[in-house]
Design a protein around this ligand. Structure first.
Ligand code: G4F
Length: 329
């Protein structure tokens, strides 16, 4: 019988790649979607518009992380073997503006799901998409699964809570619950307000004459950037093991925002020096530093390794934006 998976956040970048991966592995995939005023589900349109897939092996259910009754109903209906919990307020900068919503969705939302997992059978395997932001300003480089948590923003605090609760529920109630500690991961499906997509799109817009310059915050900021397709593979692998554990998923390489700019603008045939301006609106009140991951545990235990390089990813994202703009999108 086909395995069944339930994905919270299926309409996001990671959720859409994960849905594709699981469908290719013959899973029956159930996704939790939020009711919004727009039916903005472009990342899974190619799946929901396919009559061979939609309502045959892919099913969508309305629920909110803030609404346990509806969530329970979705779990009852979908009877999943595996739950991938990817939903939450995921923008670090915005978490300073809406800290309570961030905590409610990202921290308490995870706790609500864990409580449900506890009430259901311990056979349901649970993956929580944690974040490198739990390490904030670490003392150890690169960071692994044992590095102390030192979050420096509301988002990082919410993820730290959700990560610790996942550990507590695994250890206390014997749940098969894993944290994937995910470093930044990008793709052409990234939201436009994250820096890699913003830069690649900005370069394409300037090349097309739609924009004169691009405004950014701190371009000296460093991140460990991988490709989302590689990271969803890690999520799946984590749930296929004999025992539940936490894993860091990262490339182990640090690059600056400025390197993203250089790579994208050169790929677009532009001189970046002429087009970048700094705007304090995009500077954060507090910035995480030197978040670079050590994924040796995932490599040794799961056989996981990122396939995409930083340069390939940024160049491919830029080419994609140029193509989108040429199609008027
Ligand atoms: O692209 P970002 O907004 O990603 P950030 O804050 O690192 O968070 C992402 O990765 C985390 C780790 O996996 C996730 F947990 C989180 O959910 C999210 O996916 O910013 C990257 C860097 C930051 O240092 C930021 O200050 O880029 C800097 N930056 C400079 N100018 C900018 C901008 N970030 C944004 N979003 N917009 C700018 O104009």
């Amino acid at each position: 019988m086909a395995k069944r998976a339930l994905i919270t956040g299926i309409t996001g970048q990671d959720g859409s790649f994960l849905a594709e991966l699981l469908l290719a592995k013959d899973y029956e995939v159930h996704g939790v979607v939020r009711r919004t005023s727009t039916l903005e589900r472009t990342r899974i349109d190619h799946l929901t518009s396919n009559p061979e897939i939609y309502n045959k092996s892919l099913f969508l259910h309305y629920a909110e992380l803030s609404e346990p009754i509806a969530l329970r109903r979705v779990i009852d209906k979908s009877a999943p073997d595996e739950v991938y919990h990817l939903a939450g307020q995921s923008h670090v900068g915005i978490s300073f503006e809406i800290p309570e919503t961030t905590l409610d969705m990202t921290a308490t939302g995870t706790l609500r799901l864990l409580e449900m997992m506890r009430d259901y059978s311990t056979q349901i395997r649970f993956f929580h998409a944690s974040s490198s932001e739990i390490f904030g300003r670490p003392d150890h480089f690169p960071q692994n699964e044992t590095c102390p948590f030192k979050p420096v923003n509301p988002y990082g605090c919410a993820k730290a809570y959700a990560t610790l609760m996942t550990d507590v529920y695994r250890e206390t109630y014997g749940l098969f619950a894993c944290n994937g500690i995910l470093y930044n991961h990008e793709s052409q499906r990234r939201g436009e307000n994250f820096v890699t997509r913003k830069i690649c799109r900005g370069a394409a817009q300037i090349k097309a004459g739609l924009k004169d310059y691009l405004t950014l915050g701190d371009v000296t900021s460093l991140r460990d950037w991988g490709h989302a397709e590689d990271y969803v593979q890690g999520m799946w692998l984590a749930l296929q093991q004999d025992a539940p554990e936490n894993y860091v998923f990262a490339t182990g390489e640090l690059h600056s925002v400025d390197e993203v700019v250089q790579t994208a603008f050169i790929a677009a045939g532009l001189d970046p020096k002429k087009f970048i301006r700094q705007d304090p609106r995009f500077m954060r009140p507090s910035e995480s530093t030197r978040l670079v991951g050590d994924a040796s545990k995932a490599k040794n235990k799961l056989g996981w390794a990122p396939k995409w390089t930083f340069t390939e990813m940024i160049e491919s994202m830029t080419r994609h934006e140029i193509k989108l703009i040429s199609q008027g999108k």
